[in-house]
Design a protein around this ligand. Structure first.
Ligand code: ZN
Length: 318
């Protein structure tokens, strides 16, 4: 974790937020968003997904976006890839961290990446092998996301045991970060607390644990707080809450980054992220996605009177 912060936030809007967008977000807009986000102090930015452009035209400019991202300084630049081919491209592009996602529920994984969970684990092992053998890739961090860890649109409830088993397989294979994801916004805080306590007790001393919540049913930030109480100090969110669910078109998507930072800073936890700068980036999203609804309460209401964030930016600038 970057020195001087208590909680590490990761912006996933450029990937999770844009992947279901049928409107192509212009490359120059993505680069501006990303650069401004790094400038706001965001510890990690997931820049794109390395997938065939035919499958997801939104990420046809992945190489260009990553090249621009790597010119910035101070943030971890990560990218998602569902397979070895994409991982090789991501390594070649020079990313710092690769995110690989598998659903805990078998049928969701099949629907999402068209392979069994076993095959996904094998796929990850091939990526580890590639990371260890491709010159220049040896320092890339490999993170694994456990999707549908708190509920699944196809199978309903997902057992904690199933999550723990998959987590164990990934850690054994070489993952150094586990991202526990409520991909479809099913979770409640009680459930989150229990799940995160288990995962942290078992793997927290060897790998990083991150939480990924969607606000589909309004419990996103409550779930963040529950995970915090269980000891989780890494969270994903997306600017303006971009990213929804293709099966629930009216539903909100990822938790809103601006609101997450407000929650954490208000709770006395330093994120290193400047809220004013963060809120200003919404203009870029508005400009390039004029038809999109921007979510977020903090941006609409502004700071409470006398609000003092935990991060002392004046001290940091000295
Ligand atoms: Zn997500």
């Amino acid at each position: 974790m970057r020195p001087g912060i208590d909680v590490e936030c990761r912006e996933v809007g450029l990937r999770d937020g844009l992947q279901i967008q049928t409107t192509f977000f212009a490359t120059e807009g993505k680069i501006k968003w990303l650069t401004d986000e790094v400038g706001a102090g965001m510890p990690e930015v997931e820049a794109c997904s390395f997938v065939p452009p035919k499958l997801l035209p939104q990420f046809a400019d992945a190489k260009e976006v990553v090249a621009a991202a790597l010119k910035t300084e101070g943030s971890i630049i990560s990218a998602l890839s569902p397979n070895l081919r994409g991982a090789q491209d991501a390594f070649a592009a020079g990313i710092h961290k690769l995110n690989y996602v598998t659903s805990v529920s078998e049928s969701h994984n099949m629907a999402n990446v068209r392979q069994s969970v076993d095959d996904s684990v094998e796929g990850f092992k091939r990526i580890v092998e590639a990371r260890n053998t491709i010159p220049g890739a040896e320092n890339v961090t490999l993170a694994t996301g456990l999707s549908t860890a708190l509920g699944c649109t196809i199978e309903g409830q997902v057992s904690e045991d199933a999550v723990m088993r998959l987590a164990e397989r990934f850690v054994e294979a070489g993952s150094t970060e586990l991202m526990v994801a409520d991909t479809v916004g099913y979770a409640n805080p009680q459930q989150v607390k229990s799940m995160f306590k288990k995962v942290i007790a078992e793997f927290g001393s060897t790998v990083s644990i991150a939480g990924h919540f969607h606000d589909t049913r309004g419990l996103g930030l409550a779930n963040v707080f529950a995970a915090l109480e269980a000891g989780c100090i890494r969270f994903d969110a997306s600017l303006a809450g971009l990213g929804g669910c293709p099966f629930a078109p009216e539903a909100t998507g990822n938790i809103v980054m601006e609101d997450l930072v407000f929650l954490l800073e208000g709770a006395g936890l330093k994120t290193g992220v400047n809220l004013d700068k963060l809120v200003a980036i919404r203009e870029t999203v508005e400009k390039y996605l004029p038809d999109e609804t921007l979510h977020g309460m903090y941006a609409k209401a502004g700071p409470p009177k006398g609000f003092v964030p935990a991060t002392n930016f004046a001290a940091a600038a000295e």
